[in-house]
Design a protein around this ligand. Structure first.
Ligand code: FMN
Length: 256
């Protein structure tokens, strides 16, 4: 029975220090109104990590174009609160470094006691700056061992803080990656190569971190997060249980 045909119940849970998701699936953060509270709550209720994407989240606000930055902060706060009302599962936000008001969005997410901040599209070198006194976990999105080690060293030196986990994205993952076109088919950039490379690059930090090490999640077509397929079903204002159905669909798809 290979990994892709294992029933979810047979899969290991996914721990970020003292925070555990029953099913090792992290839903992708998809901006501009795709990954909102409804979808995130559905994934969290199904046992995975549900993620709200901060990019362009305010565009659905009445003043989304007039006060773009302010609307983003307000909408993020509202969506986190709504997701929390809908789910006691593990909830995260995806905040890209490239976003203009990155710092304000991070502060808002921490004020709202989000469980995890996932951050990529650049190296979130100063993310721990905002963390004081909060339980929120910090998980950078990287696509190389070099980036992972650089962040771990920088955070440790500057903030005495180590990442609570990493998301590793290979060239097949959509989104914002540092791969050149010619690397997309390069077997050396395969996720199966990247994940061990990231694990190896973190070896020097192993003894400094939590006893169970740092979870490293890989994302590429092969280990596609089944939730993503279900995401295509999402539309505004659907109840989580409607999304449960789409996650159910995804689950079926996944097993095939
Ligand atoms: C429509 C869409 C919007 C996305 N928006 C974001 C985003 O706001 N932030 C981000 O870090 N990644 C974004 N991504 C990348 C996804 O979160 C995910 O990392 C990527 O799709 C890789 O996963 P996959 O191989 O399972 O598709 C987006 C992807 C899609 C398809």
């Amino acid at each position: 029975m290979n990994a892709t045909s294992k029933p979810f119940s047979a899969m290991p849970s996914l721990a970020f220090g003292d925070l555990t998701a029953r099913i090792p699936i992290v839903q992708g953060g998809m901006g501009v109104g795709i990954s909102l509270s409804g979808l995130a709550a559905a994934v969290a209720n199904a046992g995975g990590v549900g993620v709200i994407a901060a990019a362009g989240i305010g565009l659905l606000e009445p003043d989304g174009f007039k006060d773009f930055l302010g609307a983003n902060v307000r909408a993020l706060r509202r969506e986190i609160r709504r997701a929390r009302e809908l789910s006691q599962g593990v909830l995260g936000v995806n905040i890209m470094v490239a976003l203009t008001n990155f710092a304000d969005l991070v502060k808002t997410a921490i004020e709202e006691k989000i469980d995890i901040i996932f951050s990529g599209a650049g190296l979130p070198v100063n993310l721990p700056e905002f963390i004081a006194g909060s339980k929120t976990k910090l998980v950078p999105i990287v696509s190389s061992g070099r980036a992972a080690a650089l962040l771990a060293k920088r955070w440790l030196d500057k903030y005495n803080y180590l990442p609570d986990g990493f998301v590793v994205e290979g060239p097949m993952a959509g989104g914002h990656l540092g791969f050149k076109a010619e690397q997309l088919e390069d077997p050396d950039c395969d996720l199966e190569k990247l994940v061990p490379e990231v694990i190896e690059s973190l070896r020097p930090f192993r003894s400094l971190g939590s006893p169970d090490g740092h979870p490293i999640c890989g994302h590429r077509g092969v280990r596609r997060r089944p939730g993503l397929q279900g995401i295509l079903y999402q539309s505004q204002g659907k109840r989580p249980e409607d999304h449960q159905e789409s996650c159910g669909h995804a689950r079926q798809g996944y097993r095939q």
